[in-house]
Design a binder for this molecule. Structure first.
Ligand SMILES: *Cc1c(COP(=O)(O)O)cnc(C)c1O
Length: 463
């Protein structure tokens, strides 16, 4: 009886074809995707109805429409970052500069000499130019690049450990989680390395490293504490001391540096000094590993630089092939690196968006904010310009905050989440941050050329 009753509930289900036809006009998605989405939603409601759920047709159509719009919004699209977090992991980390973008278009839409030697007309070496440019920039013997920093670390560890000699020594203060499931102990395990933890959370001594060295030791690994800091009763040996110890035992010293700043960050803004790969290598690190799309401002990639024999060995490891960069990454990285080489005398001048954002003066941000809000109606919203703090983000310089300017919107006739949602779902998505009573749009991370779009979006959202 119950089953029969539930079967009769199914009359509430709309036809997939009809609903998909009407919804296809509301979203600009390929039609097969609309059909699939609608079919899945109706199947889901069928199950709910059969289980005795109470849903009428109007409700089912409304929920399907809402779900489809949300799905359409999940399509990768540009976002205006008004969070004040420069390297925002959720918003695509570092934007590429115009020069890299132009090069990308040319290489992406045509053929290239990716693995072709133009002088001889024979098969050529992939990324040969880039590797030399990287080594030149890093002032070291050799360098290469793979898909991301995590892959670079796994690849390096895989290459440098072998059976019977697979122990990797890491200080307990550096067994970090970077985010997105990236934990040093797990990365080591994946790479076939055996973790040997030394020292304590707050203090590691040179003798801790020394005592841990055995004939099974493959290398010593340093991991930069890029997204947190420890303070108080802390201490660790200087890199040159660890390097001397490692080299006395014939072991390589590898550092996972993370962010890859190419300049003295403290010259850009009142922020802490982020160690550069060059500095690490000068101090005795044999291989340094860092991301291409954090402070470097290039594409997602993982760069490995240092001793030529080790880089050569890494390139011969079969796993290298599995994580090698494609031509789109190689060309954007090549532009980024050339740019730094051209501004080597003063790398803070490199035409990289995140560096420009760091350098922009508070006065300039304030002027732009004033212009954006100049003609906005304040009938429904209290609008003001506030001094705020921006952050580097992306797991870099966790202690650093620097002054910024935000437009503060305190709505009188709608809720803060409602206003925030309108801006996220507008013609161009704008993502700010909210407090209890207001939405903030931080100017520091907004491209000046999109100020007009912010203004238009605000006019619509505040009306
Ligand atoms: C960010 C970071 C990584 C991971 O870099 P991806 O490019 O995201 O793979 C690894 N190590 C450190 C220390 C980092 O800061």
């Amino acid at each position: 009886m119950i089953l029969l009753k539930n079967m009769s509930n199914l009359a509430a289900l709309p036809s997939v074809e009809k609903l998909a036809s009407s919804l296809a006009r509301e979203v600009s998605l390929p039609r097969p995707l609309v059909n699939l989405f609608v079919r899945r939603e109706i199947d889901r409601f069928r199950q709910l109805l059969l289980a005795g759920g109470d849903h009428n047709r109007e409700e089912i159509e409304k929920a399907t429409r809402q779900g489809l719009i949300e799905f359409a919004n999940s399509r990768l699209q540009p976002v205006i970052n008004a969070t004040g977090v420069l390297i925002h992991t959720n918003l695509g980390r570092s934007p590429l500069g115009p020069r890299a973008a132009k090069a990308l278009e040319k290489i992406a839409t045509g053929y290239s000499n990716l693995e072709f030697d133009l002088p001889s007309g024979a098969r050529g070496k992939r990324a040969g130019y880039l590797e030399t440019a990287l080594a030149c920039l890093l002032e070291t013997e050799a360098a290469t690049a793979v898909n991301n920093c995590a892959a670079a670390l796994v690849l390096t560890l895989r290459t440098l450990v072998e059976e019977g000699k697979n122990e990797v020594i890491v200080s307990r203060s550096e067994l970090v989680e970077i985010g997105g499931g990236f934990r040093i102990p797990e990365i080591l395990e994946t790479s076939g390395a055996k973790l040997v933890e030394v020292g304590a959370t707050n203090k590691t001594h040179l003798y801790d490293y020394e005592k841990a060295i055995t004939p099974q030791t493959a290398l010593i690994l340093k991991v930069h504490r890029s997204n947190f800091y420890i303070d108080g009763f802390t201490g660790e040996p200087e890199i040159p001391e660890i390097a001397r110890l490692a080299h006395d035992h014939g072991l390589p010293l590898v550092e996972d540096l993370g962010s890859g700043a190419m300049m003295n960050t403290e010259e850009l803004a009142p922020i802490e000094h982020e160690p550069t790969p060059q500095e690490c290598l000068r101090r005795g690190i044999d291989l340094v590993i860092f991301s291409g799309d954090k402070l470097l401002g290039g594409p997602q990639s993982g760069i490995i630089g240092g001793r030529a024999d080790l880089v050569a060995k890494i390139k011969k490891e079969p796993f290298f092939r599995a994580v090698r960069c494609d031509k789109l990454i190689l060309t954007t990285l090549q532009e980024s690196i050339d740019q730094y080489l051209e501004t080597k005398a003063d790398p803070t001048k490199a035409d990289v968006p995140v560096l420009k954002f760091l350098r922009t003066s508070v006065d300039e941000l304030r002027q732009r904010a004033e212009q954006i809000i100049a003609n906005l109606g304040t009938e429904h919203t209290k609008i003001s310009i506030e001094e705020t703090t921006a952050r580097p983000g992306g797991g870099t310089m966790p202690r650093s905050e620097f002054p910024s300017i935000a437009i503060k919107l305190a709505p009188k006739t709608q809720s803060v989440p409602k206003l925030a949602s309108k801006l996220r779902l507008g013609a161009t998505a704008i993502v700010g941050y909210t407090t209890d009573d207001a939405l903030y749009l931080d100017l520091r991370t907004i491209f000046p050329e999109t100020d007009g779009q912010v203004q238009t979006a605000l006019e619509a959202a505040l009306a």
